[in-house]
Design a binder for this molecule. Sequence first.
Ligand SMILES: Cc1ncc(C[n+]2csc(CCOP(=O)(O)OP(=O)(O)O)c2C)c(N)n1
Length: 231
Amino acid sequence: MPQIIIGAAYNEAAGVAMGIKKNKEEDAIAFTYTGDGGTSQGDSYEGMNFAGAFQVPALFIVQNNGFAISTPRKKQTAAPTLAQKAVAAGIPSVQVDGMDILACYKVAKAARDYMVAGNGPVMIETLTYRYGAHSSAGDDPKRYRTKEETQPWFDKDPLIRLRKILEDKGLWSEEQEDKLIDEYKASFKEAIKEADAVPADKVSDMLKRTFEIPTPEMKKEIDKFEAKESK
Ligand SMILES: Cc1ncc(C[n+]2csc(CCOP(=O)(O)OP(=O)(O)O)c2C)c(N)n1
């Protein structure tokens, strides 16, 4: 489930994991992602504390890409690593090269196996980098970082590294890649066509979906928009 309040998804994951434990759902875990900035927000500590206290199968993944929008990781916390924030909650944690797909897979699988066996929560900190802006709404990375700093990360691009490994093993070729790219381009075009064909949502419908029983203020808003939309 998407969560715009950064760090808050830690509480949701801990809650879902509690449900999994109570319902004795075998083979299930709850997992959530946040950025490095998410771990500077109080909710993430609460979520980890809850998960640790109740030993529920919640996997906390921190995508440490070095920046919370423009705030560098070093200015956000004095903690030498983000992974160690979990240690205080009694949660085992690990740092992994987030630019290495196979290393990430190995660590994630080990964490999942450990949790499914009933061992409680885990935290994984992936060390990575944000290539572009935080969002297209006014963030310009040129204002807070240099090309010299950025370039070494591009050289470690996980997709290029994985392609090299697969090619070395004879499992992938340029022809296969070209074919796949063509297939994706076609399905992308198709998806855009389908999305464009969906009728535009009405504001009143969006408001009606917000609460099962609208509050009096919401009801006024719905009436206002319905009056406008019927013109
Ligand atoms: C509680 C809360 N405070 C502030 C914001 C505004 N905000 C949105 S994203 C963000 C930074 C998030 O940093 P990080 O998790 O590292 O994401 P990244 O910049 O790497 O995309 C902030 C402060 C928010 N969404 N929620």
